[in-house]
Write a protein that binds this ligand. Structure first.
Ligand code: ADP
Ligand code: MG
Length: 634
């Protein structure tokens, strides 16, 4: 509880104590003994007003402020009218007094409000706590000694030192030292990650064992940690349909019930169907019950909880609308490389043309790929394992879905697939080995090809069967790779459908075609490398492996911090659970309200029942909403 809430609680407790004392004095006839009749009535009026004002003086003020801002019908308005109305029943001296109810309604309303504020604060905090990844400082090395500075002050290329127990403040590359990194706060994964010289480290992880010297590759503002925090903070702005519906609903609902209450209070007595105090009281009770707070608060709270729960698993959802869309997914479309497969290719064979040195073919490929981040490029450079002298590369261009074209030592080098060769009128040799084929052409003549192979990720098969088990009807793979490779992967993983040899543009077309036949929503899962257009075209774009790729975080609606496809089924489960809770709350809250409203209208429910109904429903709905936050890894 924060300070404000503690003060609030004290006020409520004090008011409750006074309230029950007054009630005891009243009921035991002490007031009547001292003040006589009708003095006791006025005494109790004044006495009940004390706890009312202590606990609830700001509610009428808030109602008044909102009216002046043009937002007349909110819950503080309903509560103000109902409670003041109850006190005003004193103008009907012939009827039972209702001051006690007036004060009680305000008191319990405040108890509910406090609980709400506590619950919201708690869930918000738990996302923040879970996302407690923001570093406070960076140790920068200057003139041989260490200084602690604000992470904002560190420049790209500075050397920072991260001691065991400290958080990595900025993305960079290890230049010295080896250690284990705890990435749990980012990915939900508890197995530490080993890093040593040359490895990339990502901000937000905790250094566990050794001292690391890291050369920064980004500014703090562009580092993973800053981008993730920004994303989480903005998540509540993107509202789900259900949330917007509730807001709109409350906007029309409150004036309607206010007028209904007015009608109940006025029409029947005018028609001579009963006494004024009787019907006015029914109208006031009606007002208390109709307060929509349970709905207004519990629905956003459930989404909040769902987003928080997902982020505990390393699944970042950019808004409740995406959680809602995800819960209705029945088709999942995957990119292959880096998504279902690890994206780290091994060189299986190098088939050079007669008179060409295979090592030369590999080195030219590595040079041509020097500036590419494509998984193929990264793997080829790894396999080449030599230094690349960038001055020898005059020009290099990536042709998306084809390969690369570069000028090296003044010679035109092409590295890529059949399509690239065909586009440049180079004839090539086919290869019988199953694998991804990288043709290499130099100055328009064919030099040979490199066969590379990728492995499917450990959990890819599990991921597909989990999705099927979760009721996803179709799992489809799209790839720019050869048909044979695609076929082998599709068979191994149990995919329902696959399409090979697609250019990035073709993937968009395929997704549009699939969208036409899908009954539910379509999710596309990619690694963000040249599939950004598809990520945005799908109903839900899921990017994986945010621990590295900027493109992924930008283009996607949901980001999986880990690059594990099995997290998709988990994300869908969290989304469905959240939506179940949202719907439960809506049905429960509206159901109970309608019931008590009906009872109030016919005069069976009194104000006591009304206020307990209102606060009770709100508390139950909030507790239910908080369930969305608790998630299991499996
Ligand atoms: P995927 O659909 O499997 O993710 P991409 O669309 O990224 O694959 O690439 C499709 C194909 O284009 C690759 O299989 C490869 O043949 C070729 N290709 C793309 N980028 C490169 C590159 N940088 N170097 C060589 N070949 C590439
Ligand atoms: Mg790809």
């Amino acid at each position: 509880m924060n300070k404000k809430q503690k003060k609030w609680l004290k006020r409520i407790l004090l008011a409750l104590a006074i309230f029950f004392t007054v009630m005891a004095l009243d009921e035991l006839g002490v007031l009547a003994g001292i003040f006589g009749e009708p003095g006791a009535l006025y005494a109790s009026f004044t006495l009940y007003l004390i706890p009312y004002l202590i606990a609830g003086h700001d509610v009428p003020l808030k109602a008044w402020r909102n009216i002046r801002r043009g937002e007349a019908f909110d819950e503080s308005f309903l509560m103000t009218v109902a409670t003041i109305g109850a006190f005003a029943m004193i103008f009907f001296p012939d009827t039972e007094p209702h001051m006690a109810e007036g004060a009680a309604v305000m008191l319990f309303y405040q108890v509910g409000e406090l609980f709400q504020s506590y619950a919201v604060g708690k869930s918000r905090k738990s996302i923040a706590a879970m996302m407690d990844i923001a570093p406070d400082y960076a140790n920068i090395e200057r003139d041989g000694s260490l200084t602690q500075v604000d992470p904002d002050e560190v420049q790209i290329g500075d050397i920072i030192v991260i001691k065991p127990g400290e958080r990595v403040p900025i993305d960079g590359i290890v230049v010295d030292g080896a250690s284990q990194l705890d990435t749990a706060a980012l990915t939900g994964e508890s197995v530490p990650r080993h890093v040593e010289e040359g490895a990339e480290v990502i901000s937000g992880c905790i250094n566990m064992t050794g001292v690391l010297r890291v050369r920064t590759t980004k500014l703090f503002g562009a580092s993973t940690v800053s981008r993730i925090l920004e994303l989480v903070e903005n998540a509540s702005e993107k509202k789900a349909h259900t949330e917007n519906f509730i807001t709109r609903f409350a906007r029309v609902y409150t004036p309607i019930v206010t007028f209904a209450a007015l009608a109940i209070a006025i029409i029947p007595p005018l028609m001579g169907m009963g006494t004024w105090p009787d019907w006015i009281l029914r109208g006031l009770t009606f007002l208390v019950v109709s307060c929509p707070c349970a709905l207004v608060i519990s629905v956003p709270l459930s989404f909040f909880g769902g987003i928080g729960g997902a982020s505990k698993l390393g699944i970042l959802v950019k808004g409740s609308n995406y959680l809602e869309a995800l819960s209705e997914v029945d088709t999942v479309v995957f990119d292959k490389t880096g998504t279902l497969t690890s994206g780290t290719f091994n060189v299986v064979a190098i088939h050079a043309q007669d008179g060409v040195d295979p090592d030369y073919v590999l080195s030219m490929a590595a040079y041509a790929e020097a500036f590419s981040d494509h998984p193929i490029a990264v793997s080829i450079k790894e396999a080449y394992n030599g230094d690349i002298d960038q001055t020898r590369i005059a020009q290099a261009a990536e042709e998306s879905g084809h390969g690369v074209a570069a000028t090296i030592d003044g010679r035109e080098v092409l590295v890529g697939n059949d399509k690239l060769m065909a586009a440049h009128d180079v004839s090539w040799n086919d290869c019988k080995i199953t694998g991804t084929i990288l043709h290499v052409a130099i100055d328009g003549s064919y030099a040979g090809h490199i066969v590379i192979a990728d492995v499917v990720k450990d959990d890819a098969e599990q991921a597909i069967s989990d999705l099927h088990a979760a009721g996803v009807e179709r799992c489809i793979m799209l790839t720019g790779d050869r048909d044979e490779v695609a076929h082998a992967v599709a068979k191994q993983l149990g995919l329902d459908e696959y399409h090979a040899q697609l250019l990035p543009g073709d993937k968009v077309e395929q997704v549009e075609r699939i969208l036409e036949t899908a009954r539910g929503n379509l999710a596309f899962v990619g690694d963000g490398i040249n599939d950004a257009p598809v990520l945005t075209r799908a109903d839900v774009g899921i990017a994986m492996g945010a621990m590295g790729s900027d493109a992924a975080i930008e283009a996607a609606d949901i980001v999986l911090m880990d690059d594990k496809p099995s997290n998709i089924a988990r994300a869908i489960r969290v989304a469905r659970k959240t939506m179940r809770i949202v719907h439960q709350n809506i049905v429960f809250a509206i159901g109970v309200k309608v019931l008590i409203l009906a009872l109030a209208a016919v005069g069976i429910a009194n104000m006591w029942l009304a206020v307990f109904g209102d606060v009770g429903v709100a508390v139950i709905a909030i507790l239910n909403a908080m369930r969305a936050m608790s998630v299991k890894r499996d």
